[in-house]
Design a protein around this ligand. Structure first.
Ligand code: MN3
Length: 199
């Protein structure tokens, strides 16, 4: 089974000015596609019983030892970015609504408090990684961060994820990760997050 690069759901300049065209180009065509190519190369000729990338990533410990780290990094990188592009949109609604909003208010007090906590978590993630909103098996919403290209799949279902690797923001924001995180809300695809929440 070969994994494929999903089409970017908008033009590379569509997320301007929050995310500049050059960043999106390099991020999608170079970084994302390199994770994909490395993943496919690592799994070439390897027969695995997993029919989804999620199952593969949740069962890294079952892989041959020599493959585990490569699949963790590149499979995670491929998967995280496949989600990330869909979680962004040039036509953002700025806020969720309905049951998703109600769940955020229940677990974080208010949407504003949620955004603050999410930004803080992303800012505190040392080095390269991701900040996530997940739904735990108990149904609670929770903010978690992961290092490198690790996924939060073992914590629960992924609702939202934001890449805080420097490659996601450095060309435009340089060292100002906080500003990147503050601006990212303008391009979050809450309709897609709601679809994940409702599924
Ligand atoms: Mn990235």
């Amino acid at each position: 089974m070969k994994y494929e690069l999903e089409r970017l759901p908008y033009a590379t300049n569509a997320l301007e000015p929050v995310m500049d065209e050059k960043t999106v180009e390099i991020h999608y065509y170079k970084h994302h596609s390199a994770y994909l190519n490395n993943l496919n190369a690592a799994l070439e000729g390897v027969n695995l019983p997993y029919d989804t990338i999620e199952k593969l990533l949740l069962n890294l410990g079952e892989l041959p030892l020599a493959l585990q780290q490569t699949v963790r990094n590149n499979g995670g990188g491929y998967y995280n970015h496949t989600l990330f592009w869909k979680m962004l949109t040039p036509n953002g609604t700025l806020a969720p609504s309905g049951e998703l909003l109600a769940a955020i208010e229940r677990d974080f007090g208010s949407f504003e408090q949620f955004k603050k906590a999410f930004e803080d978590a992303g800012l505190k993630r040392f080095g390269s990684g991701w900040v996530w909103l997940v739904r735990t098996p108990s149904g609670a919403l929770k903010i978690v961060t992961t290092a490198n290209q690790d996924t939060p799949l073992s914590e629960g279902e992924i609702l939202l994820g934001v890449d805080v690797w420097e490659h996601a923001y450095y060309l435009k924001y340089q060292n100002l990760r906080a500003q990147y995180l503050r601006n990212i809300w303008q391009i979050i695809n809450w309709d897609y997050v709601a679809q994940r929440f409702e599924s």
